[in-house]
Design a protein around this ligand. Structure first.
Ligand code: G3I
Length: 380
């Protein structure tokens, strides 16, 4: 038995949700499932998280977001992306603050660095993102009338989507539409767009993208909707209502992105999340996991324990979703612990480096990778 298997088996032998180190919650079913994946050989079926629900199988393309700053400088980084990914996402290069330095100017350089790499290596590309409240250049923050906002938004989407038509086959059209503590669909995140155009900005964005590239998968992307904390429960309800409202108006949304930035000490709301995914599926839209990582600042320090727990939590999330539908993508936000946004806001008190991603800082696959690979291959 490996040490990780030891850790997981000791967790699996307990019953129900586990309370360890500061309210850490991992379900016994997730631990048992992850343990099965990590021990060889892997059987076709694992312990069901909710008895009676048959898992949906079939391959799911895996991908990662990519830093255009680091890509050209690091051959190991390039090799890892080619080896593990079927698709990539520019992590910053397509955001307004990078691509749109002035109203009349587009800077394609950083996005193209990632997209050209993808083309050469025959990887797919997802686009992130056409509209967001954050990463806005100063000039755009000063937009002050509804007419100007609509004009800039439409120009932006027409220009960017048409440039990458046929290359970017899936776009996060609107990112993070809801306020942090939203409990209703009308509590949109404050931004130039929502303040000047109200909910109409979402409609404008999706309709413009659909007009420019009718074959592209258009996605509404959100975070903070996965766990059992009250804030996530409220936001999940608000998100579901917003999706329904937009679909009722005939807005061309083809997919819903569940970001999956998981505070790994929290419990996945398996029932609530499955119900959201069920509704998405019943509205004939795809579900995507768009920005998966495990925020590990509240987990115990030892690397093997932490890695076992993040693998189990990853299992819990992906198992919950794939029991309802086959997501059209599983994307992690970064691929290696060497470069991740997580320490920007979630440094550990003990000074140890964060380990949120499937490969460690030396590009070695972690248990989290085994879990992702298992689901990406269609539970094989
Ligand atoms: O390296 C650049 C440089 O080229 C640039 O000119 C300069 C100016 O700011 O600094 C560097 O840019 C930084 C960029 O990351 C690239 O590393 C930005 O300052 C920094 O703000 C930016 O942070 C990104 C953040 O979004 C804000 O755009 C993170 O990398 C990125 O991981 C994070 O991603 C978000 C998703 O888009 C949405 N969901 C949450 C997720 C995590 O916060």
């Amino acid at each position: 038995m490996t040490k990780i298997d030891d850790i997981l088996s000791s967790l699996a032998s307990r019953r129900g949700a586990l309370g360890i180190a500061g309210g850490l919650a991992v379900s016994a079913a997730a631990v048992a499932g992850a343990r099965t994946v990590l021990s060889q050989p892997v059987p076709a079926r694992t312990t069901p998280a909710s008895p009676g629900s048959a898992p949906v199988t079939g391959p799911i393309p895996y991908g990662a977001s990519v830093s255009s700053d680091d890509l050209p400088k690091d051959p190991d980084y390039q090799r890892a992306l080619i080896r593990y990914c079927q698709q990539v996402v520019p992590e910053y290069g397509l955001k307004w603050s990078s691509i749109r330095p002035a109203s009349g100017k587009f800077d394609w350089g950083p996005a193209d660095a990632v997209i050209d790499f993808a083309k050469v290596n025959r990887l797919g590309v997802r686009g992130h993102t056409l509209v967001w409240y954050e990463a806005m250049p100063d000039w755009a923050k000063k937009i002050s009338t509804a007419a100007e906002a609509e004009r800039e938004l439409v120009t932006h989407i027409e220009t960017v989507v048409s440039r990458y038509k046929g290359v970017i086959k899936s776009w996060d059209v609107v990112n993070e539409p809801l306020g942090e503590k939203a409990i209703s669909a009308s509590q949109l995140r404050s931004s130039v767009w929502s303040n000047l155009l109200g909910e109409r900005y979402l409609e404008i964005a999706f309709r413009t993208a659909a007009r420019v590239d009718p074959d592209c998968q258009l996605v509404l992307n959100e975070y903070g909707i996965e766990t059992t904390i009250p804030q996530d429960r409220g936001k999940r309800t608000a998100f579901r209502d917003l999706i329904r409202r937009l679909k009722d108006k005939g807005v061309p949304i083809h997919g819903i992105g569940i970001q999956g930035h998981i505070n790994a000490e929290r419990a996945i709301d398996t029932e609530g999340l499955a119900s959201l995914v069920g509704e998405i599926t019943s509205m004939k839209m795809a579900t995507l996991v768009t920005e998966l990582d495990m925020i590990d600042n509240k987990l115990p320090g030892p690397v093997e324990v932490r890695d076992a727990l993040t693998a189990a939590k990853t299992y819990e999330l992906l198992d919950t979703i794939t029991r309802v539908t086959r997501p059209s993508a599983i994307i992690t936000w970064g691929i290696t612990d060497k470069r991740t946004w997580v320490p920007m806001w979630n440094k550990r008190d003990d000074g140890r480096p964060n380990r949120p991603l499937p490969l460690d800082a030396d590009y070695r696959p972690k248990p989290m990778w085994s879990v992702i690979e298992y689901f990406s291959r269609g539970r094989a």
